[in-house]
Write a new protein. Structure first.
Length: 131
């Protein structure tokens, strides 16, 4: 509540970090017609994809990425569910309300307890976590 209160309109401060997993989740929800997953399940799936992306980009270590996925699995979230078509996912992400200036933005962890906002992620890196 404190983070939201300091940035009610989400202008780019710490509040944007609360969107971890949401870029992937919103695209998944769109492509599955909001019927296959509850929002929290989609966000869990998205956090797993964000962890894999951060690992693939060299932003976080394998142990931190694995720890995130382990915690998500323990919570019963659909970490290993296959993703819809990678190109369709990226197209849906481009239309996400969190995209800024036509760029898809991702919250990615650098280590447990530390994350930042990233844009301009290479297609091959995205494809690698969606296939």
């Amino acid at each position: 509540a404190e983070v939201v209160a300091e940035d009610e309109r989400e202008t780019g401060g710490r509040r944007s970090l609360l969107n971890l997993g949401h870029t992937f989740a919103h695209a998944l929800e769109t492509l599955t017609g909001y019927s296959r997953y509850r929002h929290g399940e989609a966000v869990g799936w998205g956090i797993a994809r964000a962890a894999r992306l951060a690992l693939n980009l060299g932003l976080c270590g394998a142990a931190d990425a694995a720890r995130q996925e382990t915690l998500l699995r323990r919570a019963g979230l659909p970490v290993d569910d296959p993703s819809p078509d990678a190109q369709a996912m990226v197209a849906a992400m481009a239309h996400d309300k969190k995209a800024a200036g036509g760029k898809v933005r991702f919250v990615l962890t650098e280590k447990i307890g530390s994350a930042n906002l990233y844009g301009d992620i290479p297609w091959e890196s995205l494809k690698g976590v969606l296939c």
